[in-house]
Design a protein around this ligand. Structure first.
Ligand code: ADP
Length: 485
């Protein structure tokens, strides 16, 4: 272990199955590296089908007692978990930066954000209620009850190694569902540390299980199992579609949070400084590796040049450096393939007539570091118009009329986040209502917060996370008819 932690017990290389920290039955392991240096941080258990099945069986066995607990009892455990996460914030941040690459300040920010879901759903679990519907006969009552869906699987990506775990597990647990978590094999240690803290908080044996390793065999068991009633996945649309197909035979409940291709529209009547600050936050967080990062920046003629100049100035203040270095704002990309995709998108755009308008100062130059760039003259025939770049590339598309801006924004198969900037109230409503996205963001930079529903339409997915909607994903509706009264 190359990490220096105040609590070294948080660095775990085993899986948690039925209350025991274990290696894979086969003894197989996988290496995990640090994207800033390529150095191996450690190994994880390469759990196969049998280990995953054991985790599912443990969760299934734990379900009756877990669902029978009161909401208050479940809330107490979640509150204890929340407190432990906050107490270990610095270590969790260090683990995340080591395996994921993001700057330490961003990593700590993500831990706080991750913890916020635990707290929110501890509270929200107390507010699962039902209703009574007037019946067609005087001696009948119709009660509508909410019940936990059952064993829930969570498959999570590498770009938010902590928040995607808690955004799924906290509502599932609060609703009375046991969980089997499979974190990304690229960033397993943050997840393992979080689950270790949950274990310390005192969740009963089998209620929380985590399996690590190669994705396909684990995914096959989780999707194929009848005992698993619900799958919540965050990741690529390609894998989301695959898991949906694999889940078809068992008619599983699904929440899918998939790719985006977020437009960010700057209208002539925008507050340009606000639009620049919001673009910086949206575009360059996690070096551009978030599903809500602005992928296409659509700028109206009248404000285009002023916006581009100010954005260039802001980009010149970025610092490309390993995430554990002071002042780093742009860490490495997750792997070589990610760095190559960014390069390919920029080359393709330049070959199709874009101009390299500005770039961040040179910094760390390792193979996975990408230099933030602003491209002007972007058009819809470029790769970066139709695919998520997932890197620090800010392409500016120019448009003239409002209608054209809206059409460009909606010209994608995705519909996760859309951002726009205007000071005109009429335009704010006109545009906001027409943007095809699960989340529309006007005159600010972010939308990821525990109390607001997060999710997409079109090929960006199904279901919502966060808010009360986030716990509904783990509840079934039962109509209870009582006659002969
Ligand atoms: P990203 O592009 O963000 O890496 P992926 O969709 O590849 O997204 O990965 C998201 C999660 O899905 C990760 O935990 C990954 O291991 C998992 N995954 C990838 N392929 C499969 C699969 N065939 N079955 C189950 N999970 C998978």
């Amino acid at each position: 272990m190359t990490l220096s932690l105040s609590n070294p017990a948080l660095f775990i290389e085993r899986a948690l199955i039925d209350g025991a920290w274990v290696g894979a039955t086969s003894g197989a392991t996988l290496d995990v590296d640090n994207p800033a240096t390529g150095a191996i941080i450690g190994t994880i258990a390469d759990c196969g089908e049998a280990d995953t099945q054991a985790a599912v069986d443990a969760a299934q066995a734990a379900w009756p007692a877990w669902r029978a607990k009161t909401a208050g009892e479940r809330a107490s455990l979640l509150e204890r978990w929340y407190a432990l996460v906050m107490d270990n914030l610095a270590d969790l941040g260090r683990i995340m930066t080591a395996e994921q690459g993001k700057p330490l300040a961003e990593a700590e920010g993500e831990i706080r954000y991750a913890a916020s879901f635990i707290k929110w759903f501890a509270e929200e679990g107390r507010r699962i209620d039902g209703s009574i519907i007037p019946a067609p006969e005087a001696n009948r009552r119709i009660l509508v009850m909410k019940e936990p869906v059952g064993v829930s699987a969570a498959i999570t990506p590498w770009n938010f190694p902590a928040a995607m775990i808690t955004r799924k597990c906290a509502p599932a647990l609060a609703a009375g569902c046991p969980v089997v978590v499979k974190p990304s094999e690229l960033t397993p240690y943050t997840a393992l540390a979080l689950i270790k803290l949950a274990d310390e908080a005192g969740f009963p044996r089998g209620v929380i299980n985590i399996v690590t390793g190669q994705a396909a065999p684990i995914g096959a068991v989780l999707t194929g199992s009848e005992a698993v009633r619900k799958l919540s996945f965050t990741g690529s649309t390609r894998v989301g579609a695959l898991l949906m197909r694999q889940s078809a035979d068992t008619i599983k409940r699904l929440s899918l949070e998939l790719g985006g291709n977020a437009p960010l529209i700057v209208f002539d009547d925008a507050d340009v400084d606000l639009a620049v600050a919001a673009t910086m936050a949206s575009k360059f967080r996690n070096a551009g590796q978030t599903c809500v990062c602005a992928n296409r920046i659509l700028v109206q003629d009248g404000i285009h040049d002023a916006f581009a100049e100010k954005l260039a100035k802001a980009v010149s203040a970025l610092k490309i450096a390993p995430g554990d270095q002071d002042g780093s704002t742009i860490g490495p990309l997750i792997n070589q393939a990610a760095a190559e995709k960014v390069k390919a998108h920029v080359e393709d755009a330049l070959a199709h007539g874009a101009t390299l308008f500005a770039q961040a100062p040179e910094g760390a130059t390792g193979a996975r570091f990408a230099r933030p760039v602003i491209l002007t003259g972007a058009t819809r025939d470029m790769l970066l118009a139709s695919e998520e770049t997932f890197g620090p590339v800010a392409p500016l598309f120019r448009f003239t009329h409002e209608e054209e801006g809206i059409a460009l924004a909606n010209d994608t198969s995705f519909g996760l986040a859309s951002y726009f900037y205007t000071e005109n109230l009429h335009r704010a409503f006109r545009v906001g209502e027409r943007l095809e996205a699960g989340m529309v963001v006007l005159n600010t930079g972010g939308m990821a917060m525990e109390m607001a529903p997060f999710g997409g339409i079109k090929q960006s997915g199904l279901g919502r996370e966060g808010a009360h909607a986030g716990i509904e994903e783990y509840l079934e509706t039962k109509a209870f008819h009582i006659g002969g009264l």
